[in-house]
Design a protein around this ligand. Sequence first.
Ligand code: PLP
Length: 392
Amino acid sequence: MKSSIASRFQARLDERRAQSLYRQRPLALSAQQPIMQINGFPTINFCSNDYLGLASEPRIKAAVCADVTAGWGAGAAHLVTGHHLHHHLLEDELADWLGVERCLLFSTGYMANLAVQQTLMQKGDLILADKLNHASLIDGALASGADFKRYPHLDYTALARRLQASEQTTLVVSDSVFSMDGDLADINQLSGLANQHQAWLFIDDAHSLGVLGEQGRGSFSHFNQKIEVDHILVGTFGKAFGTSGAFVAGSNVLIESLIQFARPYIYTTASSPLNALATREALKWVKQADHLRQQLFANIRFFRHEAALLGLELLNSASPIQPILLGDAVKAIHWSEVLKQKGFWVAPIRYPTVPKQQARLRVTLSAAHNQTQIESLLSVLADLQKADRENG
Ligand SMILES: *Cc1c(COP(=O)(O)O)cnc(C)c1O
């Protein structure tokens, strides 16, 4: 029987509303920064990924405005006429920074994650992925046609068993900092296991670049590991870089293969050349941003210390992602609503983004937050916690 769009979706939409799982898009009326106009109200933003506060850095904006050579639009795909000098130089600068042979730009991290797995892996291969990997990594694995198995979160004994059992070409895939939990994969163990079993290793460094490692070089640097020949790194610019887009880093053969065969690279317009210029400028700041990283980690330590004193349930995270576990989706919405009324924007994260009964408030911290802002957030959280205890 044929159906209309409404008959297919209306009941599902109604069900989501009834379960407190309906999503809205908050409307931002100002630049991305700690104090923002959202839905017409001034709020202190605690759910941005702008970890170093570069998204509204005036010197990046000034560099873009000063360019008289590049247009906004790329006009075509990279393989046609869309590959601008700013894209090319950004790729070289990223490769120098990370100590890899080559980098390749993508319009988004989502597309980079699709491209890597879809292009490298084929039917008969095996992808072994951490259970809590980002949705784009899961979609990329599913799009590849390879066998896809997930190991329990951070359980490298389970991963080793599966590697031991595999005789297929195998790709191990993991987030470095996990986007919903904020905890960190062990790059030493992953790299060791991959080498031991001749598997390829693919790390998504979206939340690590700019934050971890020397000069913000990310998780490999944090663990004093080299990015080796069968390693693939994806980085994104939408987090600590404060711009948008992504890249793949690795060997010359890897990058040439993506240029020749990756459909999410070939069949799409290149990102704006001025975005590439903004990102080149952002890279300069990221390299020099030790003072911002120090401020960021001071904010993280302060928040965790104070939140623990309040008895809030935090996860094992040393990253800017600091979830407060609440369990029930209705409670997460309620806390988020009260915070909103008091002028704080903190995203409630619910099923299906996280497992059922693991609903949480996902607080993210930035070097741009000051201590007073964090203290005032904690004071509302203290009131909510107290009211919750009193109501049993
Ligand atoms: C944000 C994110 C992505 C997607 O990157 P976009 O550039 O926003 O598409 C991929 N992986 C992880 C872990 C992320 O947090």
